[in-house]
Design a binder for this molecule. Structure first.
Ligand code: AMP
Length: 190
């Protein structure tokens, strides 16, 4: 099984790349942000809870997010592997992912991190906000808060996976196809 953690700050291009990689490598793509947005749209209990955090650019609490991720993985018993997009974002989430995959006799194969400068991220997210319909892309203050939360709570996961020799940084600036190619080089040597 190939289990990829696609990593990087908001606006790095994780969702865009996941769409190509899931086809190329026949992997199931789980975006925790997309699952939250689906629940918000359908006004589920999870959606109502998540919305209060997402609209401010804060992280949804670990327990809620971990339970949701576990349920998404369980839905895909036939999967050849997964692309985790936007998860894990904290060390508690990384531990939980490790435990879940170990219980299935597998593990995280690699963390592929898309590296993009902050000011490029802000520009990309403001641009995306014109059409994404996402409240958290429409406000520069919320965008900057999401980037700050990334550095404060999520960036440490680089060390977490580096310590396991599973961290691979990839330049996230270029055309979509160029970046897919860079990520594929990492996957092909796993
Ligand atoms: P994303 O689509 O990955 O940019 O996520 C949008 C928002 O959903 C984030 O700013 C968080 O509020 C929330 N979210 C997504 N994934 C997670 C996660 N793994 N842990 C906590 N909150 C998350």
């Amino acid at each position: 099984m190939i289990n990829l953690v696609l990593f990087g700050p908001p606006g790095a291009g994780k969702g865009t790349q996941a769409e190509f990689l899931k086809e190329k490598y026949e992997l199931v793509h789980i975006s925790t942000g997309d699952v939250f947005r689906f629940n918000i749209k359908n006004a589920t209990e999870l959606g109502v809870l998540a919305k209060s955090f997402i609209d401010k650019g804060q992280l949804v609490p670990d327990e809620v997010t971990i339970n949701m991720l576990n349920a998404e993985v369980e839905k895909n018993t036939e999967a050849k592997g997964f692309i985790f997009d936007g998860f894990p974002r904290t060390s508690a989430q990384a531990d939980a992912l490790g435990e879940l995959l170990t219980s299935k006799g597998t593990d995280v194969s690699a963390m592929v991190a898309l590296e993009v400068e902050d000011e490029v991220l802000v520009k990309r997210l403001l641009e995306r906000g014109k059409t994404s319909g996402r409240a958290d892309d429409a406000d520069e203050g919320v965008i900057r808060n999401r980037i700050a939360v990334y550095y404060k709570e999520t960036a440490i996961l680089k060390d977490y996976y580096q310590a396991k020799d599973k961290y691979f940084g990839v330049d996230g600036v270029g055309s979509i196809a160029e970046i897919t190619e860079r990520i594929s080089k990492v996957i092909d040597q796993l």
